[in-house]
Design a protein around this ligand. Sequence first.
Ligand code: ZN
Length: 168
Amino acid sequence: MGVIDELLANNRAFAASLPAWHLDVRPSRRLAVVTCMDSRLDVFSALGLRGGEAHVLRNAGGVITDDVIRSLAVSQRRLGTREVMLIHHTDCGMQSLTDDGFRAELQQATGVAPAFAIESFTDLDADVRQSILRVRRSAFLSHSDAVRGFVYDTDTHELLEIFADEQR
Ligand code: ZN
């Protein structure tokens, strides 16, 4: 049995264990969280969130790409969120590659240079600051002021706040 078959069995048990209920499509805490795809960060448990309370947008690194801005624009303008919480984390896979190196690897393997930016980083705090600024400066968002950035420690499970104004 493949992994997905196991998960389907898990879902059958999960669905059978709960009554059906309907929640509003608009997140009740009016919050969007942007974070990494890292498998160790259980966003709902780590933040004490429950279903129906927040949007959670994830990609490699938790970086603010055009597609994240697209999702945040929908989240804010159509689905009522107001605050944005950005979470990077220690020991991130994006710290183990470089933009040039990974781009060359993809091009070498496929013959095609990717059109997207790789968005690797070495300095976690600096990348959180960059992400805060990208949200703040996006003209597409209706609420770009209430954005805060954090680094999650994947070993201790603690969040450390990073302030955008500490420019270097
Ligand atoms: Zn990561």
